[in-house]
Design a protein around this ligand. Structure first.
Ligand SMILES: [Zn+2]
Length: 257
C-alpha cells in the first residue's frame, strides 16, 4: 500500500489526520482542528504538507489552516464548493460530487454528504479503501443534522453505506463510547454491538483510539445506518415507517440523550 495514514488527537475530542503517498512524498491533512498538533505530526513523520482537504466549514475543522499555510505556504487548500467561502482562508480548489482530488499519485473521490452542514463532503480514496468521513459518520453514530431535513442526511449516509464493506473509515471525532451507550438503548439485543461496546470501553480506559472503523462493522452495529433493521423498528414502535423517518427518530432521540 503506497498510502500511510497518521491519526492523532486534537482539541478535546477531534482527530487530526494525515495521508501520505510513499511514492511521491505528497501528504494531505484532512481538516485542521488545530495547527500545532498537525505540525508536530508532520515533523514526527518527516513529511512535507502538500494539500489540505476540508470536509466542512466548522471552526474545529478549519481553525488550524492558517498555521499550516504559514509553515507550508505552497500547500493547496481543497474545500467543498458549497461552503468554500466560509472556511476563513482562500480555497485553491473547490470541489463537488464525483470530482477526484489528487494527493501525489493517490486519488480521492469527492462524495457530497449534506446534513451536518449543507456543503459537507467526504473523501474516498478508492484504491486504498480509505474514507475520511469528517462529521457525517462516526463509529456507532453520525453527525448532528444541523442544516437539512432528516431524509437528506439519511440519503447522505446511504451513499457511504454503498461503498465496499472493507472500507476503512476515519472520522472527525472520538465519540464512540457515548455513541455505543446510546445505540444499546435502541438495539439492545445486538450481540456484535454489545461486544464492541465492551471493547470500546476498554480502549478508551487505556486512552486508545477506537478509530478507524470499517464499513462492515458499522453496517452491523451503527443504528444510524440500520434504520431498516426490524429489531430497531420494533423497539422504536415504527414497524412500517419509511427508513428515513426511522433514522430521523433515532437522531432526535440521540439529540435528547
Ligand atoms: Zn462539524
Amino acid at each position: 500500500m503506497p498510502a500511510i495514514v497518521k491519526q492523532f488527537p486534537c482539541l478535546s475530542d477531534n482527530y487530526g489526520l494525515l495521508i501520505h503517498d510513499t511514492d511521491t512524498g505528497a501528504t494531505a491533512a484532512i481538516d485542521a482542528p488545530d495547527g500545532a498538533p498537525v505540525l508536530a505530526a508532520l515533523s514526527e513523520m518527516g513529511w512535507t504538507l502538500t494539500d489540505i482537504l476540508v470536509t466542512h466549514r466548522h471552526f474545529d475543522h478549519v481553525q488550524g489552516i492558517p498555521a499550516l499555510l504559514a509553515a507550508f505556504p505552497k500547500a493547496r487548500v481543497v474545500a467543498p464548493a458549497k461552503e468554500a467561502d466560509k472556511i476563513g482562508v482562500r480555497a485553491d480548489l473547490e470541489v463537488c460530487e464525483h470530482d477526484v482530488v489528487r494527493v501525489g499519485a493517490l486519488g480521492a473521490r469527492v462524495i457530497e454528504t449534506p446534513g451536518h452542514t449543507i456543503g459537507h463532503i467526504v473523501y474516498w480514496f478508492e484504491s486504498e479503501d480509505i474514507l475520511f468521513a469528517g462529521d457525517t459518520l462516526f463509529s456507532i453514530g453520525c453527525g448532528r443534522v444541523n442544516e437539512t431535513p432528516m431524509d437528506v442526511m439519511w440519503a447522505s449516509l446511504q451513499k457511504i453505506a454503498a461503498l465496499p464493506q472493507d472500507t476503512q473509515i476515519y472520522c472527525g471525532h472520538e465519540y464512540t463510547q457515548a455513541n455505543a451507550r446510546f445505540a444499546l438503548t435502541i438495539d439492545p439485543n445486538n450481540d456484535l454491538l454489545k461486544q464492541r461496546a465492551i471493547e470500546v470501553a476498554d480502549l478508551r480506559a487505556n486512552n486508545h483510539p477506537t478509530l478507524p472503523t470499517t464499513l462492515e462493522l458499522e453496517l452491523a452495529i451503527n443504528p444510524f445506518l440500520r434504520a431498516d433493521d426490524d429489531a430497531i423498528r420494533q423497539t422504536l414502535g415504527l414497524k412500517t415507517a419509511d427508513a428515513a423517518d426511522v433514522f430521523g427518530e433515532i437522531r432526535l432521540r440521540k439529540n435528547r440523550a
